[in-house]
Design a binder for this molecule. Structure first.
Ligand SMILES: Cc1cc2nc3c(=O)[nH]c(=O)nc-3n(C[C@H](O)[C@H](O)[C@H](O)COP(=O)(O)OP(=O)(O)OC[C@H]3O[C@@H](n4cnc5c(N)ncnc54)[C@H](O)[C@@H]3O)c2cc1C
Ligand code: SF4
Length: 595
């Protein structure tokens, strides 16, 4: 089998025509918008702030640590912000740093050399306000180049959360509205997993699942008796293959377990090979990388969007592009920033912001607490090959479904792992040296199991971002300012994660050898959501159920900013299902002359 390598010709893009649509951002949301609209025959201009990089050369999935001169670390002068820095210092974190380049914490995950051209340099991209670990990737494909691939659906426990427990707002859609689009995403991109028939975590159209390890099977059996589930990691990875000449099926041989990893055969979904290159093959997509959008332009007569103004990220020259429809997909926080930046006589508070809700109701996932266990009977057993798979196991939410917890509403799930890895994680914590040290490490290497919680952060109006009146980025564009912190609900939920984690390990006969109660800094989950939420009431929401601005009918915002609540499930599969649904609607409306 030969995989096709897409070669993007660097050429001047023709900005004279009025495109059918401009899409801003090429990650999960923008890639999906480009894919759906071009397949409907629309002429689309895709503006991406970052460059087109040779992602295989960056991520070097098959490189062993000893093949790298610094075991994967970036050269001197590069620095990844540490947990303590996020909490002790104030943003902008890179200000006055003596390092030449500063990255978010993801750059410190044992592999900064692999992501140094993918993550944004915090020096060029400052933000201010409350502490926040903001992870951004400004390249073609955005964060999908390095995402963790846990691909989960939401259920009506999420879409109708208010109906269930009285908090916040229901989404203007239900699971039945999105389910056909989840199915389409599954079939187009491939997802591996195992059917469980859970009402709170609907199944996908799964391809071959990962095999659980012995420790995970033990946990799964114990949880069945508790009405809980440990299911194989639902990965946005094609294990049986999909019809796409840029992608192969997973051979379980890569750096999935090296975080940030990367998959050079693109079995793991990324937006360029999964969506953008196929869209370019239609002949209907014009891609302009290095294009940092800073304003949605407005027709002064109609108040409708007429195009986008952008700065060339390298030459710093400003350009305008025109279109019948503008689609923002720059990621939750960047799309909100763009809306706030787009002030005009018709839209003095920013485009689409007559409600004053743009930037507000900002939510995400809280994480940090977790447990580590030892499966005693696995100590000293023959090693098994547990490396090179796109994930281990997931324990779906079990709180506040049929029961009602005291202390907090909503729920959390656990992501976990166990088994023999290429580098035995226990080596770092095992005391000693020499032969005895090696023997102990080897004997115990496959006997550990750990899991950490991801919980729903409640959407609250008082958690928001706005524009900093002073601070600007390298391109002279006002920076975002954060006003955001966890509430008591999240803190109580985190306490419960440790209690429940221990309870489950003990029920499985797994010795609890570690517990982590520490809540990681706001932003750590990289699942920011909610800054331009959908709703039926234009006074309290920004978008309608098709992610279309209530105020400006030819403006759509198709990324996570539209989410009404965070749920506790990872958002990317939902972002793509919703973008697909909205873009189909958009194409129909454009054909009918309604935009
Ligand atoms: C390490 C890591 C692990 C993750 N793990 C998971 C996981 O397991 N499961 C999950 O569901 N999600 C995960 N995520 C999150 C996932 O990557 C995001 O939910 C997803 O990429 C969001 O898609 P998006 O299109 O909204 O944003 P992005 O993928 O960030 O894409 C936005 C694009 O817009 C561009 N852009 C921004 N501003 C502008 C501008 N002004 N003009 C032009 N272009 C602009 C950016 O350069 C970028 O390319 C993870 C993320 C990371 C980094
Ligand atoms: S395990 Fe599969 S998805 Fe992960 S890097 Fe290897 S081939 Fe790609």
């Amino acid at each position: 089998m030969t995989l096709i390598r897409f070669r993007l010709q660097e050429q001047e893009v023709d900005l004279s025509p009025t495109y059918d649509a401009i899409v801003v951002g090429s990650g999960a949301a923008g890639g999906m918008a480009a894919h759906v609209l071009t397949s409907q025959g629309m002429q689309v201009l895709l503006l991406e702030a970052g460059k087109k990089i040779d992602v295989n050369a960056e991520l070097r999935s098959m490189q062993w640590p000893y093949d790298h001169p610094r075991r994967g670390e970036a050269p001197p002068g590069y620095h990844a912000i540490r947990y303590n820095e996020y909490n002790i210092r104030q943003p902008p974190y890179a200000k006055n740093s003596s390092f030449k380049h500063v990255f978010s914490y993801v750059g410190g995950w044992g592999g900064s050399d692999y992501v140094k051209n993918i993550l944004v340099d915090e020096k060029d991209n400052p933000y201010t306000g409350t502490k926040y670990a903001w992870v951004r990737a400004r390249v073609l494909g955005g964060k999908t180049n390095i995402w963790g691939r846990l691909a989960l659906r939401l259920s009506d426990y999420d879409f109708k959360g208010k109906t269930h427990d009285g908090y916040g707002e229901d989404w203007p859609i239900s699971y039945a509205d999105v389910q056909p689009y989840y199915d389409k995403v599954d079939l187009l991109l491939g997802i591996s997993g195992h059917k469980e028939n859970l009402p709170h975590l609907p199944d996908s159209l799964f391809q071959r699942p990962n095999k659980l390890t012995a420790a995970e099977v033990k946990l799964r059996k114990a949880l069945q008796g508790m009405g809980r589930t440990a299911t194989p990691y639902r990965a946005g990875v094609t294990t049986d293959g999909v019809k796409n000449k840029y992608r192969s099926k997973c051979f379980g041989r890569g750096a999935c377990s090296r975080r940030p990893g990367g998959c050079d055969i693109h079995a793991a979904f990324d937006s360029p090979t999964g969506l953008i290159y196929p869209a370019m093959d239609t002949g209907n997509l014009t891609l302009r990388p290095n294009s940092t959008a800073h304003e949605v332009l407005v027709d002064p007569n109609t108040g409708k969007a007429r195009g986008v103004s952008f700065v060339d990220s390298q030459s710093l020259k400003t350009y305008e592009a025109n279109a019948k429809v503008v689609i923002l997909a720059a990621s939750t926080l960047e799309s909100a920033r763009l809306m706030l930046l787009s002030q005009s006589r018709q839209h003095p508070n920013g485009i689409g912001n007559s409600s004053g809700h743009v930037g507000h109701n900002f939510c995400e996932h809280v994480m940090g607490p977790g447990v580590t266990g030892l499966v005693k009977e696995l100590v000293g057993t023959e090693p098994t090959l547990d490396d090179g798979k796109p994930g281990n196991f997931y324990v779906p939410r079990f709180r506040n479904l049929r029961d009602k917890q005291s202390g907090f509403i909503r729920g959390y799930g656990f992501e976990g792992g166990s088994g023999f890895g290429m580098i035995p994680g226990n080596a770092w914590d095992t005391p000693g040296f020499g032969g005895q040290f090696k023997k102990t490490v080897r004997e115990h290497a496959g006997a550990f199991i750990g899991m950490g919680g991801f919980g729903e952060v409640l959407a609250r109006y008082e958690n928001y971002v706005d524009l900093d009146p002073v601070e600007k980025d390298r391109w002279g564009i006002p920076a975002l300012r954060f006003h955001y912190q966890f509430s008591d609900n999240e803190k109580k939920m985190c306490e419960d994660m440790v209690v429940a984690g221990k309870e489950m390990f003990e029920a499985a006969g797994i010795e609890v050898i570690g517990e982590d109660k520490n809540i990681l800094t706001e932003g750590w989950s990289i699942h920011e959501l909610g800054t331009a939420r959908m709703g039926t009431n234009p006074k309290t929401s920004v978008l309608n159920q098709f992610q279309q601005s209530h105020d400006v009918k030819n403006l759509f915002v198709v990324d996570g900013s539209s989410h009404v609540s965070a749920s506790c499930q990872n958002p990317t599969w939902t972002i793509m299902a919703l973008a697909w649904r909205s873009c189909e609607h958009l194409a129909d409306e454009l054909k009918r002359g309604n935009l």
